[in-house]
Design a protein around this ligand. Structure first.
Ligand code: PLP
Length: 365
């Protein structure tokens, strides 16, 4: 049996008529940037996130970068990010000329360890970017408490966690503003690049919108040195067609994840840990194994595609050489990057496929 790492086809087949209708609607109107599709999706997604405002942008990286700019975080400022995330989180900070400060994750949840944040705070610290990695919410109570105590902004990186909940509250509704990615592989994916910022602050929303539209508040009037990062009409229409299925998609991922959690019993494999009060949406199902390369080979040879999220931690990436870090500086991030393996999980994965992945992992010796 062959099991792909991810497939978009099951959902696309179900939504075939809606997606094609979305295309035709936009195409027949010949209106492609800043229009009613964008507005409609923004309203729907703000509601989904229980926030007052949503601003569609070009991608998830821009969403974070534009929030940082809107909050006037820049040169000389420090921003705390987990030492194990996709590089976009750190690059957003670098793009606004602020300094990234890495904080180690909890080895069991893969998310930023709140007990290690305070020791990294200086008088230059302006914000914390918790990343709800793999779709699992960060431990938001202590993070919000630390932020309040030290007067820091919280900007949630929700790129992997659309609809996840922490103690009943949907993620993306905790901090000043949150960034989402709709990269095709995310739980809510466009048919191309797209992203969004959600917030309860009109000021931040207006500023993000202006910054992403050449810094312009009205046509040919430029108040900021902005950039071009807008959600186009075609992607907004596709996203609006897919948003009503998001809860169903997350539910299906949860069912697959629960089977994995229940039935994978190879003693060499460490399963993800979900603390009380977390409702993850399983963007990624990440296991850990000391003999990761051998397990990966075993799975791949048996037709199961896998991935690593992420094989090189940020402090050891070539682009961050200038930070002067070495191997050993972030041992938990390094441990995760050398043992983590992501196994297939996607909407519409069949019971047979799921069982085959379980059996193949359990037969690894
Ligand atoms: C995907 C991702 C991003 C960036 O989103 P893009 O739309 O690809 O720019 C940011 N942070 C995390 C954690 C991601 O997984």
């Amino acid at each position: 049996m062959k099991v792909p790492f991810v497939s978009f086809k099951p959902l696309e087949k179900e939504l075939d008529t809606d997606l094609k209708a979305a295309f035709e609607r936009v195409y027949n109107r010949s209106w492609y940037i800043e229009g009613e599709e964008d507005k409609a999706f923004e309203e729907a997604f703000a509601k989904f996130c229980n926030q007052k405002y949503c601003v569609g942008v070009g991608n998830g990286l821009d969403a974070l970068m534009l929030v940082l700019r809107a909050l006037e975080i820049g040169e000389g400022d420090e921003v705390i990010v987990p030492s194990n995330t996709y590089i976009a989180t750190a690059l957003a900070v670098t793009y606004v000329n602020a300094n990234v400060v890495f904080v180690e994750p909890d080895l069991r949840t893969f998310n930023i360890d709140p007990s290690k944040i305070e020791e990294k705070i200086t008088e230059r610290t302006k914000a914390i970017i918790p990343v709800h990695l793999y779709g699992q919410p960060c431990d938001m109570d202590p993070i919000m408490e630390i932020a309040k105590k030290h007067n820091l902004y919280v900007i949630e990186d929700c790129a992997q966690a659309h609809g996840a909940r922490y103690k009943g509250q949907v993620i993306g509704s905790f901090g000043e503003a949150s960034g989402f990615s709709f990269y095709p592989g995310k739980n809510l994916g466009a048919l191309g690049d797209a992203g969004a910022v959600v917030t309860n602050s009109k000021e931040i929303a207006d500023k993000v919108r202006a910054l992403g539209n050449y810094g312009s508040d009205y046509k040919y009037h430029h108040i900021y040195k902005g950039c071009n990062s807008r959600l186009d009409e075609m992607q907004a229409a596709f996203l609006a067609a897919k948003l009503p299925s998001l809860e169903k998609v997350n539910e299906n991922r949860r069912a697959i994840a629960n089977k994995y959690l229940e039935k994978i019993n190879n003693p060499e494999v460490l399963l993800p840990y979900i603390p009380e009060g977390m409702e993850p949406v399983w963007h990624i199902f990440g296991i850990r194994c000391k003999r990761r390369e051998e397990l990966e080979k075993h799975l791949n040879e048996n037709g199961i595609s896998t991935n690593k999220h992420y094989p090189i931690p940020m402090h050891l990436q070539e682009c961050y050489k200038d930070l002067g870090f070495h191997k050993g500086d972030f041992p938990i991030a390094e441990e995760i990057s050398s043992t983590q393996l992501s196994i297939p999980i996607y909407y519409g994965m069949t019971d047979d496929e799921t069982q085959y992945v379980i059996d193949t992992i359990n037969s690894f010796k």
